[in-house]
Every structure is written in C-alpha cells, then in structure tokens.
Write a protein that binds this ligand. Structure first.
Ligand SMILES: [Zn+2]
Length: 419
C-alpha cells in the first residue's frame, strides 16, 4: 500500500467514525427501501444480498422500518421445499399516499400503498374549477375523503401539474393551459389544510417517474417522455437523473417556435409547437371544419366510433409532432422516446406514421439508436411515484459535519432537483 493510499484510508476512517450513527442508519434504511421498491417483495436474506449491506445491518434497518410502518412482513408462497418464506414488502395495508392530477379540464385524486398499486375504488375526479380558491376547497374535500379510512395512515401527497413549476419555491410559475396555478403554491397550501406533506411534480416528470418505476423504463437510465395533450411537455431522464434545469423549468419543447407568424399561444408567443401539434389543435381544426365547438373528448369519441375522419388534420399534426420528436432525439440521444397521447386512440396507424416522419427529420445515427414507443404510464401513477420517492429518499438529513475540517456540508436532499 502506498503512503498516499494509507493516508487516504485513515482520513476516510476518521471521517466515517465521526459521522453520526443515526445518519448511517438512515442511509441503510434508504438502501433497504430502494431494494424492495426495485425488486418487489423479498425475504430478509434477499434484502441483505441485493442491498449490498451486511445481514445484521440490514436486519437492524428492516426492524426500524417495520417500527416506522414503512414495511410490512407476511407469509408468501412457500419455497420449492414447501417451507413458508416470510417476505418483506413496502407497506400497503396500513399506510397510503395520495396523488392529485390537475389538468386543463379535469382533475383526479387517487390513493395507493407504498407499493404504488392503484385501485379504482380509491379514485375520485372533478372538473377543474375556475378559481384557485375553489381548486383548493374541492381538492381538499376529495383528499380528505380518500384519507378517511380507518386504521390507515396517509403519509403524503404529490400534485401533478402542467406548465412551469419552480421546484425550489414549490410554486407554479406559468401555465398557459391552467393559469389559475400561476404564482400559487398548492403544495404548501394543501400541506396546511390536510396536515400531511404535499409536494408538486411537473406532469411530464410525473410520466417519467411512472414509466421508470411501474412501466417499461424500469432499467433505463436514458430515456425521454413526450406528453402530447392540451399542450406538449417533455421529461428527460439522463444518466438516471431527471433533467430539471436550474430551478425546474427545463423541457418546455411545446413552446419552441415552429411557425414564425402562427397562431397565438397561451404563453404569449406565436406559432409554438403546441399550437400546431397537440390534441387541442385537433379539436380546434375539426371545430373549424364542422363549424361547431367540439372538445377533445368529443372529437376522439367521434373518431373512435368511425363517425368522423380526420386524415388531413392528423397528417398535419403528425408532421409537426415529428419535428418535436426529432429535436428530442438530436438533443438528448435517448435510448427510448416514449410518447404519451390520447391521439393514438383516434388513429391506430399514428405511431407508425410518426416514426417514419421522425426518421426523415432526425440525425440518422441518433434516430437509429432510439426506439419510439407509446407510453403506458399515467400522471396519476406518476404523482404516486413522486410522493413515494419523496418519502423514501428523503430520510437522509441534509447536513453532515466533516469532523476533520469542521465544515458543514450540505448534502443535497435526494429530492426531485437532485434526481
Ligand atoms: Zn407557447
């Protein structure tokens, strides 16, 4: 061993021996939670093996998490020799978390255990109100109804919202399609009313988390999610981290200009991508053609039932969408680009056409290395994933004192900004 290495080890030992034991326990607990989240129910021996910590340490962490109510342990199927194997799992019978999805016309609230499983019976919805105060009142009463379950503790809630969200301040900044949340902090306001932690998650980020934890992106570190709904949003997971930018505003591909003097956008600019390639674009085009006001839901129902065709309109939307997809592929080099959209139900050939059009626009090597697939996750599932992330990843205290130098180092909390 070189002197330098020996000094390094001594310094490391000096530092670690002075790190609070409580901090190490928390780190081990987080590791156990991560293992169970990634692999599903496991025996204690499996938890120790897969979490990479010693069996006695893992056992201590498990006991602490069982006491805290974050884990449950029960009989699972017997092993091959017929012995019952006790399995640990994330708590789902005694605790729950809530997800609230705010969209332009519609809001949904849902409850789930820490396993993330959604149950239809624990879901409720309402029309998006006109004012922020009504939104708080109605969201609060729906959440309170979901929380009113005997012997079940509600640990927290995440709100999926469209538009720009400042994660540092926990505030909506600019939402062209749901402006009532502009300069508002529904996370903070609902925390006060409900008495549980409530956090915000941008809706494209919610879709990324849904796909990453419960969908087709489980083992992917580099993927992108294009959300084509009332507007167009983008979430990018790069190197296993969600790209948020400086304060959380990254990814607003819907507001890049594609038509110099195009239609006025909700953001104040003209000719943004989302004015020509969203599902509300389709509703606006068909309303113009049929000379009557149609909602997106009405248009999609007419197309699905074969009562209306819109080849020309869908063709135009697809060509513009391909410009957006090609930009994402060129900029971020994702291994998979998920597209989340209700438009797929209106046109079964849409994905094939979209892939072909994108191939014409993107750089050939980047396009060749990227799969384009339809997203399966939902914003509800993403909100649930976000609050579980928040609760299970934020067990580490934010400040650690380096006893050698006396400096306090702020450990970035494993929140959405550091993911
Ligand atoms: Zn815009």
């Amino acid at each position: 061993m070189t002197n330098q290495a020996a000094v390094g080890i001594l310094l490391f030992m000096g530092l670690t021996s002075l790190v609070q034991p409580a901090l190490l326990s928390k780190i081990n607990e987080r590791q156990v939670l991560r293992t169970l989240r990634a692999r599903g129910p496991q025996s204690r021996a499996e938890v120790a093996r897969h979490s990479g910590i010693s069996a006695p340490t893992a056992s201590k962490a498990v006991e602490s998490l069982l006491r805290a109510g974050l884990l449950e342990e029960g009989d699972a199927d017997g092993d091959l020799r017929g012995r019952p194997a006790r399995k640990l799992r994330l708590a789902s019978e005694t605790v729950q978390v809530l997800g609230l999805v705010i969209e332009a016309g519609h809001c949904r609230a849902v409850a789930a255990g820490l396993d993330g499983q959604l149950h239809e019976s624990r879901e409720t919805h309402f029309s998006t109100p006109e004012t922020y105060e009504s939104l708080l009142d109605i969201a609060c009463s729906h959440a309170a109804r979901l929380m009113h379950r005997p012997l079940i503790t509600t640990l927290g809630m995440a709100i999926s919202m469209p538009g720009l969200i400042d994660y540092r301040q926990g505030r909506g900044i600019l939402s062209p399609n749901v402006p009532l949340t502009n300069q508002r902090s529904p996370g903070h306001d609902l925390t006060e009313r409900l008495g549980i932690p409530v956090i915000l998650i941008q809706e494209s980020h919610a879709l990324c988390l849904a796909e990453r934890h419960y969908g087709a992106a489980k083992n992917m570190n580099d993927f992108a999610m294009l959300d084509v709904s009332t507007g167009i949003g983008l979430g990018v997971m790069s190197g296993g981290r969600l790209l948020t930018g400086h304060v959380g505003l990254a990814g607003e591909i819907g507001h890049i200009t594609v038509e110099m003097d195009g239609r006025l956008c909700g953001c104040g600019n003209q000719g943004c991508l989302e004015t020509v390639a969203s599902d509300s674009t389709l509703a606006a085009m068909l309303s113009d053609r049929l000379q009557r006001k149609l909602s997106v839901t009405e248009v999609l129902a007419l197309l699905e039932n074969g009562e209306l065709t819109a080849d020309e309109e869908l063709g135009q939307i697809t060509r513009y969408l391909a410009v957006g997809l090609a930009a994402v592929i060129n900029l971020f080099n994702p291994s998979t680009l998920f597209v989340h959209s209700r438009l797929f139900s209106a046109d079964k050939a849409l994905l094939t056409t979209l892939i072909a059009e994108t191939g014409r626009r993107a750089l050939p090597p980047s396009f060749a290395g990227c799969r384009i697939v339809q997203a399966r996750g939902s914003k509800r599932q993403g909100a649930i994933a976000a609050i579980i992330d928040h609760l299970t990843e934020s067990v580490v205290p934010v400040v650690m004192t380096d006893a050698l130098s006396g400096h306090s180092t702020a450990l970035r909390p494993r929140s959405l900004l550091s993911r």
